[in-house]
Design a protein around this ligand. Structure first.
Ligand code: ADP
Ligand code: MG
Ligand code: ZN
Length: 502
């Protein structure tokens, strides 16, 4: 199907009601793999982090990673799930070259966490509750690289390379119940859900959840039913969508594609689909296996997982403040609008601003620098705010220098520029570049006298009561001091010396 075969989004929604299901895989940040002691460090040589267990060699035996289980419970608790008193791993049997055991150790009908929800906030502030069906533990597969073709796909390749370093890295799969009632906002809900889940995972400290690195990926299930009907339509499953924007686009595209197929009398096949970043389209993958085809059965080599209730309660009590609660608290503390808070979030500035405040800055100053000058610089360089070569403590120091009157705004910007250029701490930059505000009254007074002497006509006007003309003299003094004088103080001095009231 080409893009021109789509029904417009508005027309699709006029006839059909979307139902979605989101499956999110999160790669845990554990030091070792889920069922063996192999390291999980990124960037190692291919197959350097493997052993008989994660290569699936005969006779090898798996052992469960306790931190993996703990992370799964934390995620389950944060998603308001029930935690199983007793659950097992299961073998999901299928052949794929990047899965050396020919089965994936997963969980099937006995997940560690089930029946929860996550509240997500939409752009307009409305809160939408997404019901969670389950969160279960499993392992990642290896990675194949197809060599010799034009596309990097297996078709047309001359041979393939396999790297099993990723095989056996712990994954948590989080599956929603069918999401109904989002209507035209379904794509927005999908994006907001994945965004909120990512924040949650990061806050729990169980994974960095970086989508661009594949640490978190989302399958978008979508079906349409005629408006006003109950029965679900057949779903498609767009696999491994790896950015927030793509999640939204994939859902939107599938709504338009399903509507085109259905309204022309066609039927949707239950299949997986690939998402294409370039044009936001999806194309058919494989016809979807039914669960029966996987011949799931309980993993005989692993003991059941029966987390003690006391441990679960301990983990519950130690949960960090959840992102949405924290965001709302900070919004109140900072006194910013929902819209401003959204901009701060989008800029990835929340933690930086908090750290800057913790380092002693006022909240207004912290926000001003990160969302102003620094956001501008990050934008110019095309990097994230957190990648700028300046720390929250350094920003707090600049703010303190402004507060104590050592720097004015312009000098503060130059100081920041120096820090970003690697010239050292704010104090070092101020020293090296000679940026301190001239506050020595003697030096200032002399500069003012000079300006008055050099601009006799203007000085006369001011003496005659035209106070507004003082601006020109202030300008002259600022020029003479290379912008390093406190303009307000200069104005005071000028008026004082000319004997007029300000
Ligand atoms: P599978 O293993 O086939 O992907 P799962 O049950 O793990 O099946 O995930 C299916 C996802 O799709 C779940 O989030 C579920 O709520 C959702 N879902 C199920 N049926 C439909 C449907 N008809 N339309 C949209 N979403 C659906
Ligand atoms: Mg699935
Ligand atoms: Zn191993």
């Amino acid at each position: 199907m080409t893009v021109t075969d789509l029904v417009s989004y508005e027309d699709a929604l006029a006839s059909y009601d979307p139902v979605m299901g989101l499956e999110v895989h999160v790669e845990l940040g554990t030091k070792t793999k889920m069922f063996c002691g192999c390291a999980t460090t990124l960037g190692a040589d291919a197959n350097a982090q493997t052993c008989p267990t994660c290569l699936g060699l005969p006779g090898s035996l798996p052992v469960v990673n306790a931190i993996g289980v703990e992370s799964a419970i934390k995620i389950g608790l944060a998603l308001n799930c029930s935690i199983a008193e007793w659950c097992r791993f299961a073998r999901k049997n299928y052949f794929y070259p990047d899965m050396p055991k020919n089965f994936q150790t997963s969980q099937y009908d006995e997940p560690i966490a089930f029946d929860g929800y996550l509240d997500v906030q939409l752009e307009d502030g409305e809160v939408f509750r997404v019901q969670i069906e389950r969160a279960h533990m499993e392992e990642d597969t290896g990675k194949s690289t197809h060599v010799g073709g034009a596309t990097g796909r297996i078709h047309g390749a001359s041979h393939s390379l396999l790297d099993y370093n990723r095989a056996g890295i712990p994954l948590i799969e989080i599956v929603t119940k069918p999401i109904e009632g989002a209507g035209e906002r379904a794509p927005e809900v999908a994006k907001a859900y994945v965004a909120e889940l990512r924040e949650l995972i990061k806050a729990l400290g169980v994974s960095e959840a970086r989508m661009e690195m594949g640490q978190m990926r989302c399958d978008v299930n979508l079906s349409l039913r005629p408006n006003g009907t109950e029965t679900f339509g057949t779903r498609s499953e767009t696999k491994n969508v790896n950015s927030l924007r793509s999640v939204e686009r994939a859902a939107r595209f599938e709504i338009q594609r399903h509507a085109a197929v259905l309204s022309s009398g066609g039927t949707i096949v239950q299949e997986t689909r690939h998402f294409h970043e370039e044009d936001g389209s999806t194309t058919a993958g494989r016809i979807k296996d039914n669960a029966e085809d996987y011949r799931y059965f309980p993993e005989p080599d692993l003991v059941p997982v029966a987390p003690a209730r006391a441990w679960v309660e301990e983990l519950r009590a130690a949960l960090p403040e959840l992102p949405r609660v924290r965001r709302n608290r900070l919004r109140e503390e900072w006194g910013v609008t929902a819209h401003d808070m959204q901009s701060i979030l989008n800029a990835g500035a929340v933690d930086l601003i908090v750290a800057t405040i913790d380092a002693g800055a006022g909240s207004a100053a912290a926000r001003k620098w990160w969302m102003g000058e620094l956001a501008r610089r990050a934008n110019e360089d095309g990097v994230e705010l957190s990648a700028l070569a300046i720390t929250p403590a350094q920003v707090a120091r600049v703010a303190a220098l402004v507060d104590e009157g050592s720097l004015n705004d312009k000098l503060a910007r130059q100081t920041i520029e120096g820090v970003l250029a690697g010239e050292g701490d704010p104090d070092t930059v101020v020293e090296k570049r000679g940026l301190k505000v001239v506050s020595d009254e003697g030096a200032l007074g002399a500069a003012v006298d000079e300006a008055i002497a050099g601009n006799a006509a203007i000085a006369d006007k001011i003496r005659g009561g035209k106070v507004a003309a003082a601006g020109a003299l202030v300008g002259a003094v600022m020029k003479a001091t290379r912008g390093q004088a406190d303009a307000a103080r200069v104005r005071e001095l000028i008026l004082e010396k000319l004997g007029v009231e300000g």
